[in-house]
Design a protein around this ligand. Structure first.
Ligand SMILES: *[C@@H]1O[C@H](CO)[C@@H](O)[C@H](O)[C@H]1NC(C)=O
Ligand SMILES: *[C@@H]1O[C@H](CO)[C@@H](O)[C@H](O)[C@H]1NC(C)=O
Length: 500
């Protein structure tokens, strides 16, 4: 479900969305394919998947989780059959030929394959072609049919209910990686989530912590109409399947890059290792680096009437508070508590030491950086209320009205619950990530309200009545309306997009 009031022109690259637009010809083609080829393909694909099941099941019999049994002839035979069935399945799905460039390394040379960009469940194709292991959550084992196929490739399971799961997963990857080629290679999608392939997001460290040589593998889907991308915001799993099966042919390219052996420094610093491999892969793909991570997804997808407009400063803030452990400690309750304490301070300026005391933390570099983000006048003093608003915004990016309510609790006057226009401007600057908010439009439209003051209920009612609040009533630096002057052409799509 898309919120009709999201701003189409928000600032910042957001690779977690995938908007599909069809031309008339494409629509007609899909319509025709839907009643002819699609049902046939769906039937064949389902049949082949079911056919694979007994093979995978038999081949998994009598295996231990901790040792690799010797490859007996019947296991080898089953493996060949399974590969053939899976290849036939993709063929029936329209992946008629798959271009493979480069050579897959031997398990003893590169125990880990890092695959990017991750954009779809069709990324399973290279896995079924190589029968490499993957890292997956334990729950996937119980998916009917597919779960048996997953178990067949000896995945490293992540126990999400287990507190210690991250460490255990890394231990297991390490153990297998150091087995000298005895275990199958592990394919890891280091981005950890799907994007629309417009850039490479940050890599998680898991694949790089063992410090063993990795082979980077890049995937390309050079289709004109991108029906395969399965991102957080975009067509759902079935729609992707339907649209993809309705394409005559789905091209795909898998390229094995040369093995990357980490230097001593990279072995010790997995973040550096990850980053260097990421750069190399981006270069091979001719894609930009997008410095977002899996955890930034919610922030860059915030929605609601006061959704974040320019996320750069809030992403930076989020990175720092995550590092300081402040983000993990945020709960509705702790926020309420901070709000209560901040109210007492009544906007007194806090220096770095007072700020540290407020948060019960020692003065450190990252803390000083957080402090300086709020130091508007450059005098070393900050208004703690803005920090709390920022924390609430990154903690619950889509519950913007909750954050607004908290903000009012800190700023409202005790006798009538009203907030001053200039204070509201500061609140909105923080929540939207913008500068120089101007509210005269709102106050002019509010009949009968006190001059330059507003209560939460008044503002809430106003926002409910005006879904395009940000576009129509707010003014701020770099507002899309300002950018439009003299450039009417580039403004297509920045107008109210009522049909999204
Ligand atoms: C994919 O992400 C980029 C930002 O990285 C965005 O500009 C583009 O619109 C997205 N593509 C689609 C088809 O949604
Ligand atoms: C977004 O915010 C950042 C940091 O405040 C700023 O540098 C950048 O210019 C802003 N972008 C736009 C287009 O307003």
């Amino acid at each position: 479900m898309k919120s009709s009031n999201s701003l189409p022109s928000r600032v910042g690259r957001n690779p977690f969305v995938h908007e599909l637009k069809f031309t008339l010809t494409e629509k007609i083609k899909i319509g025709l394919m839907s009643v002819t080829v699609f049902p046939l393909r769906l039937l064949l694909v389902s049949f082949l998947m079911l056919l694979a099941w007994p093979f995978a099941f038999t081949a998994s019999l009598g295996r231990s989780e901790y040792v690799v049994e010797p490859q007996s002839w019947w296991r080898r035979l089953l493996d060949v059959c399974l590969r053939a069935i899976m290849r036939a399945m993709w063929f029936c799905g329209g992946f008629h030929w798959i271009r493979v460039k480069g050579q897959q390394a031997a398990p003893s040379e590169a125990p880990i394959l890092t695959v990017a960009p991750h954009s779809s469940y069709f990324d399973a194709i290279p896995i079924t072609m190589t029968m490499c292991s993957i890292v997956t959550k334990l729950e996937s084992r119980s998916i009917p049919v597919w779960g048996t196929l997953i178990s067949y490739i000896r995945p490293v399971f992540v126990f999400r209910s287990d507190q210690d799961s991250r460490r255990k997963t890394v231990e297991e990857i390490k153990r297998r990686a150091k087995s000298g080629g005895e275990w199958p290679q592990i394919m890891i999608f280091p981005e950890g989530t799907c994007t629309n392939r417009s850039g490479l997001i940050l890599f998680k460290a898991g694949a790089f912590i063992p410090g063993v040589p990795v082979q980077p593998v890049v995937l390309r889907y050079p289709n004109k109409l991108d029906t395969v991308s399965w991102t957080w915001q975009g067509p759902g799993a079935f729609k992707i399947l339907w649209l993809t099966l309705c394409q005559l042919h789905n091209p795909m390219e898998i390229e094995y890059l040369p093995i990357y052996t980490p230097s001593t420094e990279e072995k010790e610093n997995s973040a550096l290792f990850a980053n260097n491999v990421r750069k190399l892969m981006a270069k091979a793909l001719e894609l930009p680096l997008t410095d977002l991570s899996f955890d930034d997804r919610d922030i860059s997808l915030s929605h609601g009437p006061l959704c974040i407009y320019n996320y750069s400063i809030l992403l930076e803030f989020n990175r720092l508070v995550c590092r300081l452990g402040l983000r993990a400690g945020a709960t509705s309750k702790s926020l309420e508590e901070q709000v209560r304490r901040a109210r007492k301070l009544q906007g007194d300026g806090l220096g770095l030491e007072d700020f540290a005391r407020f948060l019960n933390l020692p003065v450190t570099d990252p803390l000083a950086q957080v402090h300086s983000l709020f130091d508007k006048h450059g005098d070393g003093l900050i208004d703690i209320r803005l920090y709390i608003i920022a924390l609430s915004t990154v903690y619950q990016p889509s519950k913007t009205m909750e954050t607004l309510k908290l903000a009012f609790k800190m700023y409202e006057s005790e006798d009538n619950g009203k907030v001053l226009e200039e204070d509201l401007a500061s609140i909105l600057e923080m929540m939207l990530g913008v500068e120089e908010v101007e509210l005269s439009g709102v106050f002019l439209s509010l009949e009968g309200s006190d001059e330059g003051k507003i209560t939460y209920d008044e503002l809430h009612g106003f926002i409910e009545q005006h879904p395009y609040f940000i576009q129509d009533y707010l003014d701020f630096k770099n507002h899309p309306r300002k950018l439009c002057i003299g450039r009417p052409k580039s403004c297509n799509g920045q107008n109210h997009n009522k049909d999204v």
